[in-house]
Design a protein around this ligand. Structure first.
Ligand SMILES: [Zn+2]
Length: 331
């Protein structure tokens, strides 16, 4: 069920001369997906939320493996890579990121890692090894699905290992991303005065549109386009003419590591922290030093860019060995 307080939330900009209202409406939540509308943001902000979800929300995945036996045909490294991609149910409340843990140990401690074991030996017949064969010391951190095949063992072959899972972020490696999909799309809004026509459109495309305050909101273009009644609401204009620039529908699909609501709320928390940090830096006048790191200020980087673009600034033309424009080749 959708928590009541999440359905609509209004936030006023802290600067009283600019009052912006942010509205959130949850369209649907399942075990591993969430779809919601955010009104009152621009595309850049929508994208920063998407990128935070993809690369900043941590999840737990196997990072280190110690083999005791691997007599299967799959090389150790290939098998380890495969095992590292298994999504694990993540317990964000009881574990910390390794870099934030006070243990400073290379392989972590019980506060920042979970130990998992696999011990499978084929008998006289071919035996398939699945993710469900991996046993975890913590029942809250187990493979999301027990049905991911890892290897097939011929008679008398075996795989035995001890593995350590840790929390980390998608920006370190995409295997840590808690989502298999995180997208946002523009919402189109069409004013409809004829209520019966609007209701017919909703009836024909229940997954494509919602009807609110005499307006049809298009949340799924494919579903909308399949209904002739809905299409007739556009008149002679293309749908793109009705797109809003301050309202987006997000669709997030979890790998199963975290619940979709937790992923979004965690991302909002992380984004808020980052924005507070940025405000602190601006207030302290630190912004220039920090931002310099993201430019390409080195002489080599700038020169390469300038050569590629065929565009030197005055300083380069005067002092440099390479005169003229465009790339310089040695003869
Ligand atoms: Zn630790």
């Amino acid at each position: 069920m959708v928590p009541e307080n999440l359905v609509v939330e209004e936030v006023e900009d802290h600067n009283p001369s600019v009052v912006k209202v942010l509205k959130v409406k949850i369209l649907g939540v399942t075990e591993d997906t969430i779809q919601f509308i955010v009104q009152g943001i621009d595309a850049a902000f929508a994208n920063s939320l998407r990128r935070t979800i993809l690369s900043e929300v941590p999840s737990m995945v196997i990072e280190d493996i110690f083999y005791f036996d691997n007599s299967s045909v799959i090389p150790d490294e290939v098998l380890a890579h495969r095992i590292g991609l298994i999504p694990l149910k993540t317990d964000l409340d009881n574990y910390v990121l390794p870099e934030k843990c006070d243990c400073n140990a290379e392989l972590g401690c019980p506060k920042c890692r979970v130990t998992l074991n696999l011990n499978v030996e084929a008998g006289e017949e071919i035996h398939s090894v699945y993710s469900g064969d991996i046993k975890s010391v913590d029942p809250s951190v187990v493979p999301v699905s027990p049905n991911i095949m890892l290897a097939k063992l011929a008679p008398d072959q075996a795989i035995k290992f001890e593995a350590y899972a840790q929390l980390n972020k998608g920006k370190t490696h995409s295997k840590y991303s808690p989502v298999s999909m995180a997208i946002f799309q523009n919402i189109a809004e069409i004013s409809v005065e004829d209520q019966s026509l609007a209701m017919k459109c909703v009836e024909e495309a229940p997954k494509g549109v919602i009807y609110e305050a005499e307006k049809i909101k298009v949340i799924n273009v494919q579903a909308f386009s399949k209904s002739q009644t809905c299409r007739s609401l556009l008149g002679t204009k293309p749908l793109i003419d009705f797109m809003k620039k301050d309202e987006y529908v997000f669709t997030i699909e979890s790998t199963g590591a975290l619940s979709p609501i937790r992923i979004v709320t965690e991302a909002v928390k992380i984004l808020t922290e980052k924005l507070h940090e940025l405000r602190k830096k601006i207030d302290a006048g630190e912004i220039h030093d920090e931002i310099e790191l993201f430019e390409t200020p080195t002489e080599v980087g700038r020169r390469l860019y300038a050569i590629g673009a065929g565009d030197f600034d005055e300083e380069d033309e005067e002092g440099g060995e390479e005169e003229g424009k465009g790339p310089v080749y040695e003869e």
